[in-house]
Design a protein around this ligand. Sequence first.
Ligand SMILES: O=P(O)(O)O[C@H]1O[C@H](CO)[C@@H](O)[C@H]1O
Ligand SMILES: O=c1cc[nH]c(=O)[nH]1
Length: 267
Amino acid sequence: MSTPANAASRPAVLPITKIPSSGLPAYALVVGDPARAGLVAQLLDGAEQIGANREYVTYRGTWRGVDLVVSSHGVGGPGAVCLFGELAEAGVTTLIRLGTAGALARGIGDGDLVVAEAAVRDDGVTQQLVPAEFPAFSTPEVTLALQAAAREHDAPHHRGTVWTRAAFLPGVLELPMKPYQRAGVLAIEMELSALLVFASLNGLRAGGALVIDGIAADDLVDDDGNSGYDPHRKVVAEGVDRAALVALDAVVRLAAADAAAAAEAAR
Ligand SMILES: O=P(O)(O)O[C@H]1O[C@H](CO)[C@@H](O)[C@H]1O
Ligand SMILES: O=c1cc[nH]c(=O)[nH]1
């Protein structure tokens, strides 16, 4: 049998993340911080690092019998989309962002989890992929799996919309924090809408579980311009540990449902 020219020339690893170019499992957790990817990998059975380049560090392993990858995407939507694209090319079809975020609404405490139903598209990249009116929404079954897993782990959690914003802190322009707060947006972070839109455009499933690391960084800057943003507190680390288990168990729930659907289809 002859080999198609493009298959013969396919690289063993992909150029931006250096992950294998094919054969990855269907499920991925994506996180901003490479150290967080390592932390999740430590929970997995048989974890091995399968890629490391720039801010992108990827591990593969098994959680409760489900094969999955965990990858870091760094800070910001444009770079994160590079990871999502290469994961999809290599075989991933479901992506859950396990991130951190600042609280925008009252009643959301440090270490709490926000399960995202949708995101405001201020990510600075998807405007170049599809018109701005296109929605950024989580796949409903991913949202429900995350919520069920959060309940199972007694993790304090909230479900709703988050604001994905390219600018970590504002410059001289006024950004619409107050209107989004009045609209009920729960939290602010920097990559989720890029993931949700990328997933929609590519027929993938996606969602987000975000650990609250304080109020929005905008509101933590003092009169002298010093930032009080501190995502390194114990309450946040404990929230991340809890959220990692929630996200992994959400993957188990999705995998079980996928297996049942495949068995049903085969009958
Ligand atoms: O902790 P991660 O997942 O990186 O998420 C949040 O933290 C970073 C800002 O410090 C941004 O990437 C933001 O989205
Ligand atoms: O992106 C982020 C993360 C935490 N807090 C913020 O205000 N923004």
